[in-house]
Design a protein around this ligand. Structure first.
Ligand code: ATP
Ligand code: MG
Length: 268
């Protein structure tokens, strides 16, 4: 039985779609996991562009309006993808997502949901369908206040937020620190990802950047996230081993979460 992972935020443009595509392709191509990736951003879907699915035959909106889930699946980069359709329509029910995915959980190790930032039925659709959520934020107070609000909303709905991913870091000196993010949200930070040109390059070529630029900072951070979900121990950088350096806070957070995922593999 697979787990549903929501990649969520209440702030637009923080990197949910980029990270959903990256994590899904990482787990499929590098860890041999069976992955279903779903565009749950119904009013502004663009997961298809990230995954090189340009004219989808069947969409998540079709599934939510009664069509078979299998009729909307497109395979790309080792991942089964259910993209969204950009056409304006109102004939679907976002809150049916959880029910629609219930049966599919048997066929996948993970179902990854690329959520919408809209504080309405769209975000609720992803939140309620998720077994766990990763909150994405950029390292500024505007984005952090949205992360705090979302963490609260998730708690009210009895959903566990497993970790925060801080994305698009331009300058550490101008960024809200890890301690402050953890303290204000009550959720551990599991990755900090820099703003990097190769991510734009990946989008331009419609390929998740982690699959091409493995040793970029983006590639390395996605590798670490992949290890958490696959339950495999993270490979520490050689210089950290040579210097006998203790784990930093993020590494500790990741290791704890990895153990949790590892245990839940046997509970499934
Ligand atoms: N680490 C990064 N480095 C550079 N660019 C990035 C990074 N992460 C995301 N981006 C870029 O930021 C833009 C927004 O990313 P993305 O679409 O993934 O955000 P989103 O949270 O899904 O947005 P929305 O809320 O509108 O769905 C894209 O152009 C993407 O290429
Ligand atoms: Mg998006």
């Amino acid at each position: 039985m697979g787990e549903v992972i929501g990649i969520v935020s209440l702030k637009g443009g923080v990197g949910k779609t980029t990270l959903s595509a990256a994590l899904a392709s990482e787990l499929a191509e590098k860890h041999d996991k069976r992955i279903l990736l779903v565009d749950a951003n119904y009013s502004a879907p663009n997961l298809g562009i990230h995954m090189d699915i340009i004219s989808p035959q069947g969409s998540v909106q079709d599934v939510l309006s009664g069509k078979k889930l299998s009729s909307a699946i497109h395979s790309k980069y080792g991942v089964d993808v259910i993209p969204g359709n950009f056409l304006f329509r109102k004939d679907y029910s976002p809150l049916k997502l959880r029910t629609k995915l219930a049966y599919a959980k048997k066929s996948y190790d993970f179902i990854i949901l690329d959520a919408s930032p809209s504080l309405n039925d769209e975000i609720l659709s992803a939140l309620l369908a998720s077994d766990r959520a990763f909150i994405v934020t950029t390292p500024d107070y505007a984005s952090l206040s949205c992360a705090m609000k979302l963490a609260k909303l998730a708690r009210q709905r009895n959903r566990s937020s497993s970790g925060i991913i801080v994305n698009r870091v331009v300058d550490k000196k101008l960024s809200v620190g890890l301690e402050e993010i953890q303290e204000s949200t009550g959720i551990p930070v599991i990755a900090t990802i820099k703003e990097e040109k190769i991510v734009h390059e990946g989008l331009y070529h419609r390929v998740p950047a982690n699959l091409v630029w493995r040793s970029s900072s983006f590639g390395k951070e996605i590798k670490k996230l992949g290890y958490i979900l696959s339950g495999k121990k993270e490979q520490r950088a050689l210089w950290k081993k040579v210097m006998f350096l203790d784990m930093d806070k993020e590494e500790v957070n990741r290791e704890m979460l990895r153990q949790d995922f590892y245990k839940s593999m046997f509970r499934r």
